[in-house]
Design a protein around this ligand. Structure first.
Ligand code: SAM
Length: 215
């Protein structure tokens, strides 16, 4: 899946300036100008090959979507899907960025929602700080999210899910909706699947939680 070693990846990104934002830090506080409107901005951190964010952009034209991904070769996979979809999605952008640096990219309160879908579980205890729901990242998200902005986590990994619940609770976050089996529960018919979700949901439940930070 990772395709991390495409030597032409950065060049391909450069050639997709219509949808890939390159100098991300230059737009801090001015992302509305990229979209030329004041619609809310939702981001997915670790978008992978982009199934989820592309489908969201199609279904919700009045929301602006940004897919954040650390590895350029992975973004190339998303670009292929974007090109194949033959949609001209004016409300969608991709960026190569590490979640660690998102406060250099977005101003305080600039983002309305963060999606974390099937984030890497980093199963070894010594790597716990690298999990995208650890206290390494929560203060970053808190700053860039609007006061009522949501952080929505979806995963098939029960250990990561339990770790995240504890991490959110210790960070005094509010829990709004917890689902322990997304694909077999009522009320989630509008769920948009990710690539990993399609791959792993046949083997067990998908967990999901909606949270907000305290003001
Ligand atoms: N969200 C997709 C899905 O559900 O199909 C991809 C899930 S994949 C397991 C996790 C993705 O997160 C990978 O593409 C990885 O490169 C990306 N990622 C991991 N750590 C990241 C970070 N610190 N910043 C941005 N992306 C990251």
């Amino acid at each position: 899946m990772r395709l991390r070693n495409n030597p032409k990846a950065n060049e391909i990104l450069e050639n997709h300036k219509d949808v890939v934002v390159l100098n991300t830090k230059e737009h801090k506080g001015h992302w509305r100008n990229i979209f030329d409107n004041d619609n809310p901005i939702f981001i997915e951190i670790g978008m992978g090959k982009g199934d989820f964010i592309i489908e969201n952009a199609k279904q919700y034209p009045n929301i602006n979507f940004i897919g954040v991904e650390k590895f350029p070769s992975v973004i190339v996979g998303a670009l292929k899907k974007y090109d194949d979809s033959s949609y001209d999605l004016k409300n969608l952008r991709f960026m190569k960025e590490d979640a660690l640096f998102l406060n250099e990219v977005f101003a305080d309160n600039e983002i309305s929602r963060i999606y974390l879908n099937f984030s890497d579980p980093w199963p070894k205890k010594k790597h716990a700080k690298r999990r995208l729901t650890s206290h390494t990242f929560l203060p970053i998200y808190q700053k860039l999210l609007k006061p009522d902005g949501e952080l929505i986590l979806k995963t098939d990994n029960r250990i990561l899910f339990e770790f995240s619940l504890i991490s959110f609770q210790q960070f005094h976050m509010d829990f709004h909706d917890i689902c322990l089996d997304l694909h077999h529960s009522d009320g989630y018919e509008d769920n948009i699947q990710t690539e990993y979700e399609r791959k792993f949901s046949p083997f067990g439940p998908i967990y999901r939680i909606v949270t907000t930070f305290k003001g």
